[in-house]
Design a protein around this ligand. Structure first.
Ligand SMILES: NC(=O)c1ccc[n+]([C@@H]2O[C@H](COP(=O)([O-])OP(=O)(O)OC[C@H]3O[C@@H](n4cnc5c(N)ncnc54)[C@H](OP(=O)(O)O)[C@@H]3O)[C@@H](O)[C@H]2O)c1
Length: 455
């Protein structure tokens, strides 16, 4: 979602994070920036148009939706923290106040502006949440509950607004150096940093922004929470009989005419087309890959063990869900089968003791997937990175691992021409366009290849 040219409304724009967000939207070329303020006389950054807005006042919320009918990006930033425990509080007054602003007020804004965003082409809705959505500090238990509720609400709103094309972004941060965290002595993020990450995430169409390492760790801890939840599929893939050639073929064009599938691609990258599995492990496969440091993450890539296939599937699911593509049971079962296929080459990236990335290569075939196995070709059908680990070159590491294990074979993949981030990743990983293109579902799909390095 582009900021330049957008019409943005930031709630709570008179101070703290909201003020910096509003100023940065002006600096990044927004066509108009409305600043929601409870006090109409409040001072605002240059270029920000004041709008009277207490988000707990239904009349003011409706009036703002009328006045700001040209909004394409709504940033729900306004929030309160009362530093109140749950059981130790004298009554529910403060807990209610936090729920009123952080949950009900934010929800009221989402509801009022959903039709405005729809009218203006979908746009984006950004909810400023917190690390406290996942981590409850007992000294501020009722705030955490309100931010957890706002997180759950954000996910629901994302699903509800998907059909109208609205990008819904959840921003989570640890302490930020504003009035709200005035008494805090531990490390705080600068509001400038959080605002910049938020707007960068928005520009990159991310559904989640994790502003700092601690927040990323909290998110992972939630993801790894062992509380059992009903799942539509078994956690660990059970190897199933190999599909016969053609069963899973998806590359066009063939006599049977299966269209290219864009579903197995990573959010920031490939719209890769699947290739049917066939027999034979790659020659020259290495036994182990060296550990590699990527930014502030030490990631190791390796061929996935059977025990890691369940975690690889979870990464695939999380990456798909993060881009709003919740896979159905049939698709999950198909990917589980593909990962467990003995002919395939599943690769994982492991960081912080967990699988954070996965890739799958399958034996390449002639006739765009329908013909016999080509001995010198591997087809890369999936590359996915845990959303919390994006931007750390893990995609490149995974593709390097596949290339190393593919011995002297060429690697091929298909990717959507419009996916610039994917193009960047593949360029960095040594893939180049071959000039072959396909049209699928109104999208142009490019064929890329990485040739083995000559020794
Ligand atoms: N600071 C942190 O450590 C931290 C960490 C993670 C997440 N966050 C979240 O980041 C967001 C911004 O917080 P901040 O740190 O910038 O806090 P802040 O400095 O206390 O500013 C809060 C802003 O929200 C506005 N506001 C409060 N109640 C409102 C209401 N009912 N209607 C409209 N506006 C209202 C305030 O307006 P007035 O000036 O009129 O009071 C102020 O502009 C919040 O959602 C907060 O929960 C903060």
């Amino acid at each position: 979602m582009r900021i330049d040219g957008a019409v943005v409304l930031v709630t709570g724009a008179n101070r703290g994070l909201g003020r910096v967000l509003a100023r940065m939207c002006v600096e990044r070329g927004a066509a108009r920036v409305y600043g929601g303020v409870r006090d109409p006389g409040a001072d605002l950054p240059a270029g920000v148009v004041p709008v009277r807005l207490d988000i707990t006042d239904p009349a003011q919320v409706s009036a703002a939706a009328e006045t700001c009918g040209d909004v394409t990006v709504l940033v729900n930033n306004a929030g309160v923290l009362t530093n109140t425990p749950l059981v130790g509080a004298p009554d529910l007054t403060r807990a209610r106040a936090e729920m009123d602003v952080n949950y009900f007020g934010t929800l009221a804004m989402c509801r009022a502006f959903a039709p405005v965003l729809a009218r203006n082409g979908g746009g984006a809705l950004v909810n400023i949440l917190s690390i406290a959505s996942w981590f409850t500090n007992p000294a501020m238990g009722s705030y955490s509950a309100s931010k957890a509720a706002a997180w759950a609400m954000t996910k629901g709103v994302r699903d509800e607004l998907r059909p109208q094309g609205t990008l819904v972004v959840a921003v989570h941060s640890g302490y930020i150096d504003t009035d709200m965290a005035r008494g805090v002595t531990s490390t705080k993020n600068s509001p400038e940093d959080v605002a910049a990450r938020t707007l960068d995430g928005l520009a990159a169409d991310r559904t989640e922004v994790l502003a700092d390492d601690r927040t990323q760790r909290a998110k992972r801890a939630v993801a790894a929470d062992p509380v059992p939840e009903p799942r539509p599929v078994a956690e660990t893939p059970v190897p199933e009989p190999r599909p016969v050639a053609g069963d899973t073929a998806s590359e066009p064009p063939t006599a049977t005419g299966n269209p290219p599938a864009a579903e197995d691609a990573a959010p920031e990258m490939p719209t890769a087309i699947r290739n049917p599995p066939a027999g034979g492990n790659p020659p020259g496969a290495r036994d182990a890959a060296p550990g590699t440091r990527t930014g502030d993450v030490a990631a190791e890539t390796r061929r996935a063990t059977d025990a890691e296939l369940g975690a690889a599937l979870r990464v695939w699911r999380a990456a798909n869900e993060a881009r709003g593509k919740v896979p159905d049971a049939e698709r999950i079962a198909r990917v589980r089968r593909k990962l467990a296929d003995p002919a395939a080459l599943p690769v994982v990236a492991v960081a912080d003791g967990a699988v954070v990335g996965m890739a799958l290569a399958e034996p390449g075939r002639a006739d765009d997937g329908a013909g016999p196995v080509l001995p010198d070709l591997w087809h890369v059908s999936m590359v996915f990175v845990d959303p919390a680990y994006r931007g750390r070159r893990i995609g490149v590491l995974l593709l390097d691992e596949v290339a190393a294990r593919a011995g002297g074979r060429r690697l091929q993949l298909w990717t959507g021409a419009g996916n610039e981030r994917a193009q960047r990743l593949y360029r960095r990983a040594g893939f180049t366009p071959t000039g072959r293109v396909r049209e699928h579902g109104g999208e142009t799909i490019l064929h890329l290849e990485r040739r083995p390095k000559r020794s």
